[in-house]
Design a protein around this ligand. Structure first.
Ligand SMILES: Cc1cc2nc3c(=O)[nH]c(=O)nc-3n(C[C@H](O)[C@H](O)[C@H](O)COP(=O)(O)OP(=O)(O)OC[C@H]3O[C@@H](n4cnc5c(N)ncnc54)[C@H](O)[C@@H]3O)c2cc1C
Length: 406
């Protein structure tokens, strides 16, 4: 069987794109294949330590993909958070130098939702399958481009498609096999993650401290626990991972400035390497990249998957228009519309988070000191606060139709 679109990678971005294509009435009749080498066989039972803070725009995209209703109906899957509180290394958590974003400022019910990666992926996969999509457990090993299609060499045999989409993460095989280069900047940091309980309630607030040598975030989970993302230089991360739980908890509580009282581990600890990946070209004839395959950003602003979901929505829109106009989905001029739409925005965000990492998370020099003091200044400017919040919620910018308000 030949497919119109073959998507490699069923992470949150690939699975959402697949569901959007399969459900969009304008794409009716399109044959979509989604393949992954680590396809989940059943609904997730265990806790996934990788969690995302989803923006309002992501909520809308997932709603259009048919995944949001299932998440909302699943007890404890979505943890709404109403505030974000950020403070610098030198300064008490609730001092005048801190910055607070409150959903009420924008008359929004919340800033967003914390969700586990595995639950999000499963909800999107189910929506895709329910819409008639084909899912295949297989690894991509090679790509052969022809004039009217592309052959995917997979561990389950060859598959033919008119377009292959690389949604296969930061080390994308599609990107490599298609000869699409990437500029990779290794931050030399690891993000240490774990679930925690805190002495005091998290108050539906995401707490974040810039440490001078990294960033510490406590994200409020629906269960009442917090998800820790502690990004520090590799050697320090390895030392933290090797500590006995009690010693780790004591260091963590101190690093958090005691904002939620004593913090206690409720899970094992895991770590993720941090890199910035910028890809100069997202598309060639018959091949295009989305999500972390196209851009990987520092997680300190919690935007990686949000950018990827906007890629998915933009590509789905471009492909739906192409189908209505009876254009070839793999034609470069079609794919370039998507590339022009998303590449500048993703690169801009990646660089902004890079600067935040340099001057807010690691800045102990004069510039860093000024940047950290800037948190308090932003807090006192309603205009700047609104601008930052609208960006973070995904309410601003050139959004795909399904991600827009109303
Ligand atoms: C510590 C940490 C915290 C983060 N927090 C946030 C946050 O709060 N908010 C946010 O928006 N983002 C966050 N991010 C970023 C987020 O994790 C990524 O942006 C997101 O996972 C990217 O999704 P994706 O679907 O593009 O890729 P992935 O999730 O990497 O999925 C890629 C898929 O491709 C499959 N695959 C790979 N190679 C092959 C192959 N050859 N053949 C077949 N299948 C293949 C893999 O099995 C996988 O399922 C965080 C990242 C880190 C490290």
């Amino acid at each position: 069987m030949s497919f119109d679109v073959a998507i490699v990678g069923s992470g949150p971005v690939g699975a959402t794109l697949a569901a959007l294509l399969a459900r969009d009435p304008r794409s009716r009749g399109a044959r979509v294949l989604l393949l992954d080498r680590e396809l989940p066989a059943a609904a997730p039972q265990a806790t996934d330590l990788r969690v995302f803070a989803l923006s309002r725009a992501s909520e809308r995209v997932l709603d259009a993909a048919g995944a949001w209703a299932a998440l909302a109906a699943s007890p404890g899957a979505l943890g709404a958070y109403e505030r974000m509180h950020v403070w610098p290394e030198r300064g008490a958590p609730r001092s005048a130098g801190a910055l607070t974003f409150d959903a009420a400022t924008l008359s929004e019910p919340n800033i967003g939702y914390i969700v586990e990666n595995a639950r999000l992926q499963w909800a999107a996969l189910q929506a895709f399958v329910a819409a008639g999509g084909v899912v295949q457990s297989a690894e991509l090993r090679g790509l052969h481009f022809g004039p009217s299609g592309v052959t995917l060499d997979t561990s389950a045999g060859p598959r033919e498609a008119r377009l292959v989409v690389g949604a296969d993460g930061a080390r994308s095989a599609v990107r490599r096999l298609a000869g699409l280069g990437a500029e990779v900047q290794d931050y030399g940091q690891l993000a240490v993650v774990a679930n925690l309980s805190a002495q005091h309630p998290h108050e539906q607030t995401a707490w974040q401290r810039f440490l001078g040598e990294g960033t510490l975030a406590l994200l409020p989970l629906a269960s009442g626990e917090c998800s820790l993302v502690w990004s520090v230089p590799q050697a320090q991360a390895r030392r933290l991972l090797a500590l006995e739980p009690a010693a780790f908890e004591a260091e963590l509580t101190a690093a958090s400035g005691g904002v939620l009282g004593e913090l206690t581990l409720r899970s094992a600890r895991a770590a993720f390497p941090l890199r910035r990946v910028e890809v100069p070209r997202y598309a060639i004839e018959r091949c295009v990249l989305v999500g972390d395959a196209a851009h990987m950003v520092h997680p300190l602003a919690g935007q990686g998957v949000n950018l990827g979901l906007l890629d998915a929505a933009a590509l789905a829109e471009v492909l739906a228009v192409a189908r209505r106009e009876r254009e070839d989905p793999g034609a470069l001029r079609t794919l370039r519309r998507y590339e022009r739409w998303r590449k500048g925005e993703n690169a801009l965000m990646g660089r902004a988070f890079d600067l935040m990492n340099r001057f807010l998370a690691f800045g102990r020099d004069t510039t860093g000191g000024l940047a950290q003091r800037g948190l308090g200044w932003v807090d006192r400017s309603m205009l700047l606060k609104r601008l930052f919040m609208e960006r973070a919620l995904g309410l601003a910018g050139d959004l795909p139709r399904i991600a827009r308000r109303g």
